[in-house]
Design a protein around this ligand. Structure first.
Ligand code: LLP
Length: 434
């Protein structure tokens, strides 16, 4: 049963008031308004350090590298902090490639994944010289070979293996089952590597696997890992050399009752298995997203109205499904807490937004002591929060702030209505422009 407040680093409650590092959340809402995403730099950096230290052996040699899955939160400030700590990046679009280059990431620290890469995206990734393209199908492999030929270069690739392992997570974020659209079916992988090794413009350098997201146990990873290591053994026998093993991301976080393994324990378990099976020479890549940023961010929202009904009470807030889509899309639970103690009588509410959809809810059946005008914090919103926001109902996307100690930085301005239609034209205006 999920119903507790997750343990959050970077956010704390003191004397009935909530703080992001050294700044009260109330002050942040006064300075920046609501809805407002707030990230703790310290929380992001400490999650990264937990991964990174598990990736280094006692003798100082490295046994794995972190490639942050920027789809979880691609704000430039988040990317830049992680880059400074030494992270590489996992990308899934030309847009994400542009962001990575914009913050000065080394192209050799970039891995390009995704099930439907366009020719332009492939060409661009090859031109800038990414470390590896993770190939998700046989036609994609052929397309990459053809593009590399026109560019007179060899494309470094991994094949993404679909290991047919159940990650026991929400069906929309499970990716390693044979019915999912992702990766190359396990039984076809060896055959595809043989084909890839013969393609003149293809350089086979690695193997890749990602079984899903918000996974709260290590065992599906070990099952997938064993299956992938079996493939590597066979490939080696056939003389196809695999330099790196990319294990994807997917480690879950505590949203309010789950107990995933901690980062250190999880990373050690996987890397120990790789080494126990004799693959000490393999470079291992990990692609965490949510576990680096999920609990490092919250969404602040103001209560507009308290509406009492016959069967239900509604706490209508100024954030909505367009700001945080996870509840309505996955029925995901996010803890919701008032940021200061109120004298209001506690009541049970559905916390909903102003969008014209019954699916526009952020939390159901929450007991809250709130008055109109109070501020609520929606917790664990640092991953797949802002990045999945939309402009539905012509709502500008929220501002984003990063807190570092006693300083708060506006790392993305709130969108204005004008900015939402600045690229649009009426037919008359459009024909005048022709
Ligand atoms: N690598 C690959 C190839 C991925 O597809 C993903 C996530 C990751 C790494 C990072 O996974 P993470 O460590 O963040 O679990 N919007 C959903 C999550 C979608 C995840 C997609 N792929 C949500 O809000 O739960």
């Amino acid at each position: 049963m999920v119903n507790a407040i997750p343990s959050l680093l970077g956010f704390s409650e003191k004397n009935g008031q909530w703080f992001a590092e050294g700044i009260s959340l109330r002050k942040l809402t006064q300075d920046f308004g609501t809805p407002l995403y707030v990230y703790s730099k310290e929380a992001i950096c400490s999650a990264y350090r937990a991964y990174d230290s598990a990736c280094i052996r006692p003798d100082g040699t490295r046994r794995a590298r972190i490639h942050y899955a920027m789809k979880a939160n691609s704000n430039l400030a988040v990317l830049d902090e992680l880059k400074q700590l030494g992270a590489g990046f996992d990308l899934v679009s030309g847009g994400e490639l542009a962001r990575a280059l914009h913050i000065g990431a080394d192209p050799k620290s970039l891995v390009f994944a995704g099930v439907g890469k366009s020719s332009a995206e492939i060409e661009n990734a090859l031109r800038v010289g990414v470390k590896c393209i993770n190939v998700e199908s046989i036609p994609e492999l052929q397309r990459i070979n053809a593009i590399a030929k026109t560019m007179n270069l060899r494309a470094p690739i991994s094949l993404r293996v679909n290991p047919d392992v159940d990650a026991n997570t929400h069906p929309y974020i499970s990716t390693g089952l044979k019915d999912n659209k992702f990766g190359i079916a396990y039984y076809e992988v060896l055959k595809t590597y043989r084909e890839a090794a013969l393609l003149p413009q293809i350089d086979v350098i690695g193997i890749d696997c990602h079984i899903g997201s918000q996974i709260t146990s290590t065992s599906p990873y070990l099952d997938a890992l064993d299956k992938v290591l079996d493939l590597i053994t066979q490939l080696q026998r056939e003389g196809i050399k695999i330099h790196h093993l990319d294990l994807g991301g997917g480690l879950g976080i505590d949203y309010g009752g789950e107990s995933p393994p901690n980062i250190t324990e999880f990373t050690n378990t996987l890397l120990n298995r790789v080494e126990e099976r004799g693959f000490c020479h393999l470079e291992v890549l990990l692609e965490p997203g949510r576990s680096l940023v999920g609990n490092a961010g919250i969404l602040l929202t103001q209560v507009e109205y308290l509406k009492t009904g016959v069967d239900k009470n509604f706490c209508i807030v100024n954030a909505a499904m367009n700001d945080l889509m996870r509840p309505t899309l996955y029925e995901a639970y996010h803890a919701i807490v008032p940021i200061h103690v109120s004298q209001a009588k506690p009541n049970c509410y559905d916390v909903v937004g102003p969008v014209c959809e019954s699916g526009d809810w952020l939390g159901k059946d929450r007991v809250l002591a709130v008055n109109e005008g109070d501020i609520l914090a929606i917790l664990s919103a640092g991953a797949y929060g802002f990045v999945m926001a939309s402009n539905y109902n012509t709502r500008g996307r929220a501002a984003e702030v990063m807190v570092d100690g006693n300083e708060a930085y506006l790392v993305r301005q709130r969108e204005t209505p004008e900015s939402l239609y600045e690229n649009e034209r009426t037919i008359n205006q459009a024909s005048a422009l022709k």
